[in-house]
Design a protein around this ligand. Structure first.
Ligand SMILES: *Cc1c(COP(=O)(O)O)cnc(C)c1O
Length: 382
């Protein structure tokens, strides 16, 4: 065995020993909730397809029509020849929905965060980040070379302490946080963070990957308090409730203009396929016109948290924390035998000692199955 293969093998063995190895399983998604795996049909509580739009007939038809007209791929970066007209339409729709002047669509949410943050802050700037923020906000932060300081999860007092102590030493300051935390399902206090940012001459960016389509009539976490929180940069993904693929930023016109000329993951990466943009536009049509649909994932999550006496769900994501990695994996296997797909989430996705089941509720989950899932977890796992 050569040195590279020896290195890979020993890393894998260490991960196996720690129960931290990850592996791929073929999964055939039949619709928004049913999935076939290992020859079995399971009800999935692990897809982020909150509104089941990946399989919606209108969304699929829009994607197919776009492929017929524009082809399967964009063919180049948007700044070269990849800027098919669906982008302008999609960006106008996103900006209107998020109540901003403009928007920019990226290849994915991960690429958006890896591109936006280094465009806005760099050496000599301060970046404050919630400790439970998503991996790609950390990636963007590290790429920026700004001074990164972590504040305790949703702890405004801690964020304020850091700003009071350090703000004066830096040129610009940016606060970044998930709007809906992806592994915990709780919301960031965006209105208060916005006020804090304004008081300290800082900018605020929220990642609404799990808020768009499912929080505040679908408008997302920035609108959770009933009115728009002062968030300068509303980032999100088209890959979850929207049911397609891609990422976006909604912000002022000058900020979007700067991003479109400087963000490396925008400039040097191929534009999104036309089908993804067309599907996202069709999904926004549905989200903006069907308030009953956008309310259902949260209502289903709340039915589950009520059944288990857990804190009332604030989003469609509900964690059941089991601490130990093996216990989480065994719980996943037990639920699979009961016909449910609920993947165990382990470090480093979540902090050490907080391995968990992460449940994602969607509009189409049958009420009786939610009740049965709650009773299996209550009686045989907790
Ligand atoms: C999924 C996710 C992303 C990444 O979005 P993709 O479009 O899947 O790359 C970013 N932020 C958060 C909080 C997420 O959960």
């Amino acid at each position: 065995m050569n040195a590279l293969d020896r290195f890979a093998t020993s890393k894998l063995e260490a991960l196996d020993t720690a129960h931290l190895r990850r592996s791929l399983v073929d999964s055939v998604r039949e619709d928004g909730v049913w999935i076939e795996r290992n020859g079995r049909r399971l009800l999935s509580f692990s897809c982020n397809d909150y509104l089941n739009l990946t399989h919606h007939p209108k969304v699929k038809a829009a994607a197919i029509a776009a492929i017929k007209k524009h082809g399967a791929g964009a063919g180049a970066s948007r700044l070269i020849t990849g800027n098919h007209p669906l982008f302008a339409e999609l960006e106008a729709r996103l900006a209107r929905f998020k109540q901003t002047e403009a928007a920019c669509v990226f290849g994915s949410g991960y690429l958006a965060n890896a591109g936006i943050i280094p465009t806005l802050v760099g050496e000599g700037d301060l970046l404050l980040i919630d400790e439970l923020s998503h991996s790609c906000l950390w990636a963007g932060s590290q790429l920026s070379h700004a001074q990164v300081q972590t504040f305790r999860h949703n702890d405004l007092t801690h964020a304020e302490e850091l700003l009071t102590r350090s703000r004066g030493d830096y040129r610009h300051a940016l606060i970044v946080t998930d709007g809906v935390f992806s592994m915990d399902g709780d919301l960031a206090p965006l209105a208060a963070l916005g006020a804090l940012a304004q008081a300290h001459d800082a900018w605020l960016m929220s990642d609404d990957a799990h808020g768009l389509g499912v929080v505040a009539n679908g408008r997302g976490s920035v609108f959770a308090s009933g009115r728009k929180a002062p968030v300068d940069l509303q980032m999100g993904t088209l890959s979850k409730a929207i049911g397609s693929y891609g990422g976006y930023l909604c912000a002022s016109q000058p900020v979007i203009d700067l991003i479109k000329t400087r963000a490396r993951t925008f400039v040097y990466s191929t534009g999104l396929p036309p089908a993804s943009a067309a599907a996202a536009i069709a999904a926004l049509d549905i989200i903006e016109s069907d308030a009953a649909l956008t309310a259902r994932p949260l209502a289903n999550a709340q039915a589950f948290t009520r059944a288990l006496n857990l804190p009332l769900a604030q989003s469609p994501i509900v964690p059941v924390i089991l601490n130990d990695e093996m216990r989480a994996l065994e719980a996943q296997q037990l639920l699979e035998r009961e016909g449910f797909l609920v993947t165990a989430i382990r470090p480093p996705t979540v902090p050490k000692g907080t391995a968990r089941l992460r449940l994602a509720f969607t509009a189409a989950h049958p009420e009786a199955e939610i009740a049965r899932l709650a009773s299996v977890i209550r009686e045989r796992i907790l």
